[in-house]
Ligand binder design. Structure first.
Ligand code: AMP
Ligand code: ZN
Length: 510
């Protein structure tokens, strides 16, 4: 069962192109069409890149939560992205393959798999379609031919270029930070305008590239911007609902996509009704970026014992249009907050029991990835006024351009507010978590206990030492009890005074 109209408050989203907050209405209410610029698979995604997909996932989940099914496309860039976003430098994929002494295909397959594993660990819903750039070369050539016939291109020895002066209003998306300031004429001999960009890059004579295709403009490879225009249009149509990316894409990549779309369709339609951009994850050195090297990956924090969902929660605790500073302290705080949420959810599950609807959720894994409008309608049945009021406030927060930081405290209230019956609270949490994706119906506090790399003690030995410590305490031998606690601490284990499964934890050092 799907809902033809949005559930609850109207959904307002910030559109970067009109620079305004607008009420979102899908072009086709039976299916929202969403395109997200994907990763360039020449290296691991860093935490900044992953922020972009936590944002997209929040958007997609919110659309689902409001009752709309979503057709979501994410592309995989395995060709064409140069070391700068404009036409400068080497192809990132070619350079990475040379360095690793591997084929580009091997490099691309390896980092594509690593990227998908990161998304799964962050409970990010898989897109409906993964579209790979190199599977669409002929489509790109055909698309560029149409633009060429329309007269918006010129040929140089180095390839086919898009003449940005042929598009009225070029660069509107970038505003005053426009691409004029970014592109550099000198980099390509014969370029007419600073912002002009390659649709096709012809291979230089004598140089063999690993990735090369024949085209009407000679052997070579497509320019990076082409793939997103081509694949979004192929799978979602000439004008679809929402296009997302990080704010770096607002300056060049998306301006160029819009120019291509307009030249292709001979209209001033940009290709998407909403252009949405997440702000950067920054660290003390500024924007986190792959090319800087030494960046933090998801593995670099999970190997220290941090559960990946703590990073998801860190992202959710800032609005997607605000910069988010990454620091060990912020990540630790997110891990602590996640621990509290899961502990409270576990306690609630214990009090409320396992109602039938929850059994269904557990059996089908409904919170993971499935379109869940039906489940939301099910779990919200029979809520009382207080619960409904909380839910309405949660809906208002999400509907105000995905104000998740304001929605999170409402989830915390739902977990703990004693004046609402436990079974209703469980229903509330189930509904809210469909939008937030923190896996609260399934997770157990003990799942957050991840052994850090380099830990020199195993769980059996920890349990044995803790048993000894318990006996010492029972015998009031506090000196021995303290000695055992210190011994554990030296090996990176925090002994806790509680009983049961959580009587110890790994100490996390970031
Ligand atoms: P890339 O793999 O470099 O093509 O980037 C994948 C996505 O991550 C794009 O949407 C970028 O805009 C986004 N991105 C890159 N760096 C950051 C960052 N530091 N913070 C947030 N998003 C980023
Ligand atoms: Zn793109």
């Amino acid at each position: 069962m799907t809902h033809p109209a949005p559930l609850g408050a109207p959904l307002s989203l910030f559109d970067s192109l009109s620079r305004s907050m607008r009420v979102f209405e899908p072009i086709d209410p039976t299916m929202v069409r969403l395109y997200s610029c994907g990763p360039t698979v020449y290296n691991f995604a860093h935490l900044g890149n992953l922020r972009a997909y936590v944002f997209t996932d929040t958007l997609r989940r919110t659309l689902n939560w409001k009752g709309w099914p979503v057709n979501h496309v994410i592309n995989i860039t395995d060709v064409g992205h140069l070391t700068s976003d404009a036409d400068e430098g080497d192809d990132k994929m070619e350079a990475a393959a040379r360095k690793a002494a591997k084929t580009i295909w091997e490099v691309a397959a390896f980092y594509t798999d690593a990227f998908k594993a990161d998304l799964a660990a962050l409970n990010i819903t898989s897109p409906t379609i993964w579209s790979v750039a190199t599977d669409h070369i002929q489509d790109m050539i055909d698309f560029a031919r149409v633009i060429e016939r329309g007269g918006a291109t010129y040929e140089l020895p180095s390839g086919l270029y898009f003449d940005t002066s042929k598009v009225a209003d070029y660069g509107r998306l970038a505003g005053s930070r426009g691409p004029e300031t970014v592109g550099r004429i000198a980099e390509v001999e014969g370029k007419r305008n600073a912002a002009d960009f390659a649709l096709w890059r012809r291979s230089t004579e004598g140089e063999r590239r690993q990735m090369e295709w024949m085209s009407p403009w000679g052997p070579g490879a497509p320019g990076w911007h082409l793939e997103c225009s081509v694949m979004s249009m192929k799978y979602l149509g000439r004008q679809f609902d929402i296009h997302t990316g990080g704010i770096d894409h607002r300056e060049i990549h998306h301006c160029n996509e819009i120019a291509q779309n307009q030249a292709f369709t001979c209209s001033d339609a940009s290709g998407a009704n909403f252009w949405m951009h997440n702000n950067f994850l920054v660290d003390r050195g500024g924007k986190m970026s792959k090319s800087k090297g030494g960046f933090a990956t998801l593995a670099s924090v999970t190997t220290k014992g941090v559960h990946p969902l703590a990073y998801r929660l860190l992202c959710l605790s800032a609005h997607y249009r605000s910069e988010l500073e990454f620091s060990p302290e912020a990540l630790s705080a997110a891990l602590t907050r996640l621990g509290r949420l899961i502990l409270a959810a576990e306690a609630l599950r214990e009090t409320a029991g396992t109602p039938d609807w929850l059994r269904v959720v557990e059996e089908t894994g409904a919170t993971k990835g499935a379109p869940f409008a039906y489940q939301r309608a099910t779990v919200e049945q029979g809520l009382g006024t207080k619960a409904l009021d909380l839910l309405a406030r949660f809906d208002e927060a999400l509907s105000a351009d995905l104000m998740v930081p304001q929605a999170l405290p409402l989830l915390e209230t739902a977990l703990t507010e004693k004046s609402i019956p436990a079974e209703e609270r469980l229903r509330l949490v189930a509904s809210m978590d469909l939008a937030l994706g923190l896996d609260l119906l399934r997770a157990r506090r003990i799942d957050l206990r991840i052994k850090p790399d380099g830990a020199t003690i195993d769980e059996e030995e920890i349990e044995r030492l803790l048993d000894q410590r318990q006996s010492a305490r029972a015998a009031k031998d506090y000196a021995e009890s303290d000695r055992l606690r210190d011994l554990l601490a030296e090996r990176g284990v925090v002994a806790m005074d509680g009983a049961g499964a959580m009587r110890w934890d790994w100490r996390i050092e970031l």
